[in-house]
Design a protein around this ligand. Structure first.
Ligand SMILES: *Cc1c(COP(=O)(O)O)cnc(C)c1O
Length: 331
C-alpha cells in the first residue's frame, strides 16, 4: 500500500513484516484479555529490536546526503547503538558511539556486539544522552569526515517515520488474521516509537489505544516526557505532510513502573521475564520489555482489560542486554 513514508529515502536493513503471534498460554495463565505480540525482536540487524525500523529511514537519509560516518549515543548497554553499529557496517559507513559510563574491563552484551561490529566507542561518564556528540562531530569534521548525527534513541521525525510505516504493516496483518486490537502496550523511552505509532494510528485510522510504559526517570528532551512525544508526533506528521493536529490525550504514558530507575532490575521485571519465557519460550530484555510486560501484567491483574479485549504487546527487542544482567536475573 502506498503511504506518506514512501516520500522519504530508505535503506532496507531488516526482515519485515515481523511475526504477529498470539500468546495463548500467557493469556490463560494471567486469566485476562487475549494477548498478541508483535515480534520486533525479530527485525534482524544483529539480533533485532525496534531501532531497525527507525534506522531504515535514518540510514536512508545518511546515504542520500553523502555522509560517510554515523554518530549516535546511548547507555553502555544501548540496543539502539548496537543496531546502529550493525546498520553502519552493512551500509559501509563508519560508526562512532558515544556511551555513558566508563569502559569496563570486559565488553559484554550489546557492548561486545558494538565492538565486533567495528564501532568506535567514546566513553563519556555521566552523559548517556548524546551531550558530547557536538564535540566529537567537530573533531570528525576537522579530520575530513562527513558525519551524520543520529540523535539519542534514533528519535527524530526521520526515525519515527519507521513506526508510522509499522502501523501500516500491522494493519494488513490484523486484517489477514481478521483480528482487531483494543490496546497496544510497549516500552517508551526516547519517544520515537510512540510518536511514530501515534502518527500512524491517525493516518491509517486505527481505533486502538496506545499505552506507552515509561522506562526512564530522566526525561528525554525538555519538559515532561509526554510533551516531548507530542512535539515529536507533530514534527513527524509535518515531515510526512499529513495532518499534525495532535493533543495531550493522544499521548498515554504510564510512569508507575519506573522502580529504582533506568536499567535497575527489580521483582517486576524478573517475574515478567521468567513468566514470558516459561509460558511462551520468548525472551524479554531486562531494561525495556521486561519492565513494559511487568506493567501489562499488573494492569491485567488490576482488571484494566476485559476478557473480551485483545491487547497487543509490541516486543521492541533488547535480547543482548540479558547477558550483561546475569547477576540481577538469577533468583
Ligand atoms: C529503544 C528501546 C525502546 C524504546 O523505544 P523509544 O523509541 O526510544 O521510546 C524499547 N525497547 C527496547 C528494547 C529499546 O531498545
Amino acid at each position: 500500500m502506498n503511504h506518506p513514508c514512501h516520500t522519504l529515502p530508505k535503506k532496507t536493513l531488516g526482515c519485515f513484516p515481523t511475526p504477529l503471534v498470539a500468546l495463548n498460554r500467557l493469556s490463560d495463565h494471567l486469566g485476562g484479555p487475549r494477548i498478541l505480540m508483535k515480534r520486533d525482536d525479530q527485525t534482524g540487524l544483529a539480533s533485532g529490536g525496534n531501532k531497525t525500523r527507525k534506522l531504515e529511514f535514518l540510514m536512508g537519509e545518511a546515504t542520500a546526503t553523502g555522509c560517510d560516518t554515523v554518530i549516535t549515543a546511548g547507555a553502555a548497554q544501548s540496543n539502539h547503538c548496537r543496531q546502529t553499529a550493525a546498520a553502519a557496517a552493512c551500509c559501509g559507513l563508519g560508526c562512532h558511539l558515544v556511551l555513558g559510563g566508563e569502559r569496563p574491563d570486559i565488553l559484554d552484551g550489546n557492548l561486545l556486539l558494538d565492538d565486533l561490529l567495528g564501532a568506535e566507542i567514546h566513553w563519556t561518564g555521566e552523559y548517556r544522552k548524546g551531550e558530547k556528540i557536538p564535540e566529537i562531530v567537530e573533531q570528525l569534521v576537522n579530520q575530513g569526515y562527513n558525519p551524520y548525527v543520529i540523535p539519542y534513541g534514533g528519535s527524530n521525525s526521520t526515525g519515527a517515520a519507521g513506526f508510522v510505516a509499522a502501523v501500516s504493516e500491522l494493519q494488513s496483518q490484523l486484517s489477514d488474521m481478521k483480528a482487531s486490537v483494543n490496546s497496544i502496550v510497549f516500552a517508551s523511552s526516547s519517544g520515537g516509537t510512540q510518536a511514530g505509532l501515534v502518527v500512524g494510528k491517525k493516518i491509517f485510522q486505527q481505533g486502538f489505544d496506545l499505552i506507552g510504559i515509561g522506562i526512564d526517570k530522566g526525561e528525554a528532551g525538555d519538559g515532561p516526557f509526554s510533551d516531548h512525544v507530542l512535539q515529536l508526533a507533530g514534527a513527524t506528521a509535518d515531515r510526512l505532510n499529513v495532518d499534525d493536529d495532535f493533543c495531550r490525550t493522544d499521548i498515554i504514558v504510564r510512569n508507575t513502573y519506573l522502580g529504582d530507575g533506568y536499567g535497575v532490575v527489580g521483582d517486576l521485571e524478573r517475574r515478567a521475564i521468567r513468566l514470558t519465557a516459561e509460558t511462551e519460550g520468548i525472551l524479554l530484555d531486562p531494561v525495556y520489555t521486561g519492565r513494559a510486560m511487568g506493567g501489562l501484567m499488573d494492569m491485567i491483574k488490576k482488571g484494566e482489560f476485559s476478557s473480551r479485549d485483545t491487547v497487543l504487546f509490541w516486543h521492541t527487542g533488547g535480547l543482548p542486554a540479558l547477558f550483561s544482567y546475569a547477576e540481577d536475573l538469577q533468583q
